[in-house]
Design a protein around this ligand. Sequence first.
Ligand SMILES: [Zn+2]
Ligand SMILES: [Zn+2]
Length: 289
Amino acid sequence: MTKRMMGRVDLHLHTTASDGVLSPSRIVRYAKEKGLKAIAITDHDTIDGNTEALDEGARLSLEVIPGVEISAQFELGSMHILGFFIDIGNRGLNERLSLLQETRAKRNPKMVQKLRELGVEISYDEVFQASGGGQVGRPHFAQVLLKKGYVNTMQEAFDRYLGKGAPAYVHKFRFDPREAMKLIREARGIPVLAHPFTLHLESAHQLNGLLAEMVQLGLMGIEISYPEHTKDQISLYKGLAEKHGLLVTGGSDYHGIETGKVDIGIGSRDMRLSYSMVEAMKEALDLNS
Ligand SMILES: [Zn+2]
Ligand SMILES: [Zn+2]
């Protein structure tokens, strides 16, 4: 291994721009403290945290890879597509992500309205407060319902009101995988399938078929190292990456100390992701020259 390949990285991090707890500059400082060489900022459906992180990274000599994590439409489970090295000034990407935010912003007031029609006294303010000021989602609605005594458990809130098919449910707009990957590619980025286990596919065979289709649509990589991936899953994903000529990435999906058991750079155990992942991406983009 050459010297420039050395150093550890974390290629999956959230900030306050989406549902993370630390601001973009704080996450960069934290990564620096932990001795990481490079990180990627991959907030959900927004690239707003990147500028601040890039500035702080330049100040501290820590490489920040501009990124995003786009939720795509997928019937079985949830499909998230990471984008690395995106041009954050790209117009198409910015416009489509703003449209997504606007559509989402209408969803929550609609759910409040539906709940009120069902006789639940709830205001958007209460839900927003439950979110702590970040992106508002159904768990925050459930918290309010629980607090106000309309339900006894979070699960009951989903079963009776908020779950798919329940009376207060409002469809969540998502891009289809093809468009998510196209947006990333058009912003000169690398689309990577995040944490494949959340797709809830039944077999390796199914994942193999899906990857073949996605590669045709522009997929360039697969996230193999992830706190919840088992050893078997990691080796399966590695094998599929080789088979389909995909880049491999990994990250902790760290959302901040307060929100879970994973930590930056190490995940839930010792991930030790090597900078060679970044080098390989740069080679694919021809950024090394
Ligand atoms: Zn994700
Ligand atoms: Zn994530």
